[in-house]
Design a protein around this ligand. Sequence first.
Ligand code: NAD
Ligand code: TYD
Length: 349
Amino acid sequence: MSQKNILITGGAGFIGSHVVRLFVNKYPEYKIINLDKLTYAGNLENIRDIESKPNYKFVKGDIQDKDFLVSLFESEKISHVIHLAAESHVDRSISGPMDFIMTNIVGTANLLEAARSSWKEGDHIFYHVSTDEVYGSLGDEGFFTEKTGYDPRSPYSASKASSDHLVRAYYHTYKLPVKLSNCSNNYGSHHFPEKLIPLMINNIKNNKPLPVYGKGENVRDRPWVEDHARAIDTIFHNGKIGESYNVGGWNEWTNIALVKFLCQIMDRKLNRQPGESEKLITYVTDRAGHDLRYAIDATKIKNELGWEPSIKFEEGLEKTVDWYLQNEKWVNDITSGEYQKYYAAHYNS
Ligand code: NAD
Ligand code: TYD
């Protein structure tokens, strides 16, 4: 069997760091090259534990730079790609869409071009990691399946939908061996605290207001990030070329119910009176174009590849809260500087 030199993009981010860790530890025979620009969301502390492993290499670089990618494919003899690098926060895509267009669309096109020009024959996979937000918004009923039509509504989801379309176009037009997955809202350790769950944990701890958009009735499905990383491993190895797989947690929560549940956990962990943290909940102006509900039908990956979530949400959330409470330095470092400017501009406007 030929050597696999796997380029994982975005491996210093939230999900990417879990994928890199899993692959580096589970497959010592593969070489893992982690390419990341280290934007505000990228953090080498996320993968400190594996940085000295012999099958791992970190490369700082930008997927917007096609020439750099072409030479990286040649110098590292890249045979496989797992593409996670992206601008990922919906609110930032509303205030500044161009970074999303340049990284998520143009960056993905650059990677596809680098693969197309470098890969001739042999064992190759271009695996694109995407989101369920490409499907748009559900009402109270129904689920997103792999056959649901695309209807993205935020600049973030539109940029991810565009990149999914490009990946499929390279499969149909150039026979590039692609795979895709579309997953719902992950939770777990190393999640940047601009996203709902880590933001709320951090604010509850610091007795700061808990900004719930609108009435808090929007629904998100919540898979555990380590289950998502396992799904990526499963699809990478056993998924069919040219196909996509929906990944989800069978775990829907309204934002307000989730925030109240987090308040209960935090009251217990911080020895507060029951109900004390809930007093911090503050309803704020709704997000523009806020999608009401995301819910995944993950039957295909369960039936065809045998993947399903491994952990109950209550247990995963407890582990997540513990991780944030035990990693104060990580949180403090990441929430200084740029984060404070973003937070002030976003929540005080
Ligand atoms: P993240 O924002 O935590 O991490 C993104 C990483 O990409 C960062 O390390 C960043 O430095 C890097 N990056 C950004 N622009 C880059 C560029 N131009 N060149 C190279 N690196 C760059 O994001 P995440 O939540 O870990 O999401 C990872 C991927 O998974 C994204 O493609 C996202 O669309 C997708 N996804 C996320 C979720 C979720 O719940 N977070 C769900 C489904 C799919
Ligand atoms: P987020 O974590 O940004 O993920 P996404 O927009 O990709 O689903 O938001 C999750 C949900 O939480 C979404 O319905 C918006 C809501 N939300 C708030 O109510 N307050 C906040 O401060 C944030 C960041 C999100």
